[in-house]
Design a protein around this ligand. Structure first.
Ligand code: PMT
Length: 403
């Protein structure tokens, strides 16, 4: 499993003439940071909005703008650029370029290159709402889909022309997931994976609650990685500032009891359940309807037990189902992990060391100790997304052994 799906991948970005071209400069910069090899092809109208120099500087590569280059290496650019590309992305795609691609017209470098490539081509439309909804554009987009192009629907909202509606260039976070999924080996296709993430909040009154430091990053990374690998992913999340990864079905909850109800409702239907959430073990026994005056709050808070969701899942585990727990520990990682693995009838437990500040809660990185019936293994210190992929590799091994 590679650490980064984009690393070393050859991605051609075709830019056509829309004000949204400036946004795509950010996409190119992001892909280059992810170690993709990015080539940019611009139509002559696109160069009116953003200079080729901008894309050259951000991609670290030369930018192609015309069919008839002077150098020998440019003579067959319309064929060579797309020939060994892993992906081609047309963004922003104007109504004009969409119409040309639908008609098979090849009258400039970008359209000729697209006709010549056999790589997967993503088209990201961006235009005024009335141009987008015009029957001609809609017909052309349908033709593109029928021809096998992957059209990424535009977003809705305010446009540069001050009008509002559908036609804004899709957001990069979502587009990146489409590209990542298309570059990833679909080894989790056909599996339904249920992931929990984040903390729970146990209210005391309308202003106060008991909670913990979980940001949701580890759980969201698991959902994102599983979705990229083709799984059908449901994410049940406590309060988190994170955005749901593209393609994942999200249910938001607040309390442990709400998480319990949501998880148990989805559990029977899941091939794999991964419980990365940090669920509060206790909640205040009394929840006040109105904010309590500080003088009136008892110094000793009376608590009551929350349901142990993972324990219940272990009792209900179906044949063939894989149950993965997480544990946040600051001492005796191996012993605590083994104890919870057995007590909760888990197939795998991922133990996080929360004693420092480079793993566990809130940070971007993690180092997981994975324990199963066949032994214990410390995974490398790496990003949470890569940790998620490594854990999913172990889950896949277990799935292949189950009937
Ligand atoms: O969200 P981040 O900031 O990225 O941080 C990630 C993380 C550290 C929160 C995560 O990787 C992690 O370790 N999650 C589990 C934390 C935890 O609650 O550990 P625990 O040992 O208390 O619980 C063990 C397991 O039982 C967990 O899978 C938990 O989801 C589950 N549990 C616990 C209590 C409860 N009432 N119900 C449960 O299902």
């Amino acid at each position: 499993m590679v650490q980064n799906v984009f690393a070393g991948k050859k991605i051609v970005i075709g830019v056509s003439g829309s004000i949204a071209a400036f946004k795509v400069a950010g996409w190119v910069s992001d892909l280059a940071k992810e170690e993709a090899i990015v080539s940019v092809v611009m139509t002559s109208s696109a160069t009116e909005f953003v200079t080729p120099l901008t894309f050259a500087a951000l991609s670290g590569n030369g930018v192609h703008t015309g069919m008839f280059g002077r150098g020998k290496e440019d003579a067959m650019a319309h064929i060579s650029i797309g020939r060994d590309a892993d992906l081609v992305v047309i963004a922003p795609a104007t109504a004009n370029i969409i119409a040309k691609l639908a008609g098979g017209i090849a009258d400039d470098l970008l359209t000729t290159m697209v006709l010549a490539t056999r790589s997967k081509v993503f088209v990201c439309p961006a235009m005024n709402v009335r141009m987008y909804s015009h029957p001609a554009t809609q017909k052309n987009l349908k033709i593109l889909k029928d021809l096998g192009y992957k059209v990424i629907d535009p977003a809705c909202g305010k446009m540069a022309c001050k009008e509002e509606g559908e036609g804004r260039l899709a957001e990069w976070d979502g587009v990146r997931e489409h590209l990542a999924q298309s570059l990833s080996f679909q080894d989790l296709q056909g599996f339904k994976i249920l992931v929990t993430a984040g903390p729970t909040r146990e209210p005391l009154d309308p202003a106060r609650f008991l909670s913990n430091r979980s940001s949701g990053k580890m759980g969201y990374a698991l959902a994102q990685a599983a979705c990229r690998r083709g799984a059908e992913v449901t994410l049940i999340s406590g309060p988190s500032a994170l955005t749901c990864p593209q393609g994942v079905t999200l249910f938001k909850v607040q309390t442990a009891q709400e998480m319990n109800d949501a998880v148990l409702a989805h559990a029977a239907n899941s091939s794999v359940i991964i419980k990365a959430a940090a669920v509060a073990d206790y909640r205040p026994e009394t929840v006040y309807v109105h904010k309590m005056k500080k003088e009136k709050i008892a110094r000793e808070l009376v608590l009551t037990r929350n349901p142990d969701i993972l324990l219940e899942l272990g009792k209900r585990k179906k044949a063939g189902q894989i149950l993965v727990g997480f544990a946040a520990e600051s001492t005796n990682l191996l012993e605590e992990g083994r104890r919870k693995l057995l007590a909760k009838n888990l197939d795998l437990i991922a133990v996080n060391d929360i004693s420092g500040d480079t793993t566990g809660f809130e940070v971007e990185f993690n180092q997981i100790l994975v324990i199963s019936a066949s032994g214990a293994e410390t995974l490398p210190h790496t990003t949470k997304l890569h940790s998620a992929d490594l854990l999913l590799d172990r889950v896949l091994q277990l799935l292949s052994k189950k009937p």
